[in-house]
Design a protein around this ligand. Structure first.
Ligand SMILES: Nc1ncnc2c1ncn2[C@@H]1O[C@H](COP(=O)(O)OP(=O)(O)OP(=O)(O)O)[C@@H](O)[C@H]1O
Ligand SMILES: [Mg+2]
Length: 257
């Protein structure tokens, strides 16, 4: 076995719900019971160091179990909003609070711990080219110190969830764009984060693959994961039937479907 690679695990099917058992499901429809707020933007503005104003006075609550779309034209601030949510950028004004913690005050270890609770799917996949699908997804668990046994327990159900159990030993360049995007979803969810952020996860995909990705996100949402997705694709948003807000020039607008 080449150095740095890992043994092929036995393919033992496992119920995905056992992997995600730490994610609390939303309480079934009790219309009056408000869900816990998992993230809040309070009068948030973001100006980058070059003077570019990316967000202006954004107020937003994201509740546990939400599936929220953020749409808006290119440059309107969608990626910036997600970056503020997972602490890759800090607001210039206002507060972003995730899981009750003000991200302005979090540094080092505490920020890393919070980030483990947030899965991120990037538009450009960011897969490691010389690693198999299995290794790309396992890497995130190795980095968090999961045991080999636990990594193997989680991997196959997660790959199954995104329909890639037969591609575990392929390299990224042996996969279609849609399959690579699904690997990036598997990598984002294998640590069972309660919040999943997806930045244009369908940006490079055709209509069929886009819908497949949305169906996977819907399944994750159904087991209790809070989902925030940015997209240009207004039709996909309408088809999915989930709430949507729109960014225009850094300002956030509620937009009824
Ligand atoms: N690191 C940065 N430094 C300076 N300006 C930035 C930086 N990142 C983004 N911007 C600017 O902030 C604005 C919002 O960018 P952002 O990437 O959030 O837009 P977006 O809505 O995600 O666009 P797209 O749909 O093209 O991905 C743009 O004007 C962009 O040029
Ligand atoms: Mg973007």
């Amino acid at each position: 076995m080449a150095q740095g690679t890992i043994e092929r695990p036995p393919i033992t099917p496992l119920d995905i719900s056992s992997v995600f058992s730490n994610v609390s499901r939303p309480i079934p429809t009790q219309a009056q019971t408000p869900q816990k707020i998992v993230a809040t933007f309070q009068q948030v503005s973001k100006t980058y160091t070059n003077g570019c104003r990316a967000l202006l006075d954004v107020n937003l609550h994201i509740r546990q179990g939400d599936f929220l779309f953020i749409t808006g034209p290119s440059g309107s601030g969608k990626s910036t909003l997600l970056k503020l949510l997972y602490g890759a950028e800090r607001p210039s004004q206002g507060n972003v609070v995730v899981d009750g913690q003000d991200l302005n005050r979090l540094r080092g270890n505490k920020l890393s711990l919070l980030r483990r609770r947030i899965g991120v799917v990037f538009q450009d996949y960011k897969l490691i080219p010389r690693r198999t699908v299995f290794e790309n997804v396992a890497f995130v668990l190795w980095a968090q110190g999961f045991t080999r046994k636990e990594i193997h327990r989680r991997l196959i159900p997660t790959l199954k969830m995104v329909g890639l159990q037969d591609k575990a030993y392929c390299f990224p360049d042996e996969l279609s764009g849609g399959e690579q995007q699904r690997v990036s979803i598997a990598r984002a969810i294998v640590g069972t984060p309660p919040i999943l952020l997806a930045d244009e996860p369908t940006g490079n995909l055709d209509a069929d693959n886009s819908w497949q990705v949305i169906k996977i996100l819907k399944k994750l949402n159904a087991i209790g994961i809070t989902i925030v997705v940015t997209t240009h694709d207004e039709q996909l948003v309408r088809q999915s039937g989930h709430p949507v807000v729109q960014l225009r020039n850094g300002r956030l607008y509620r937009q009824p479907l």
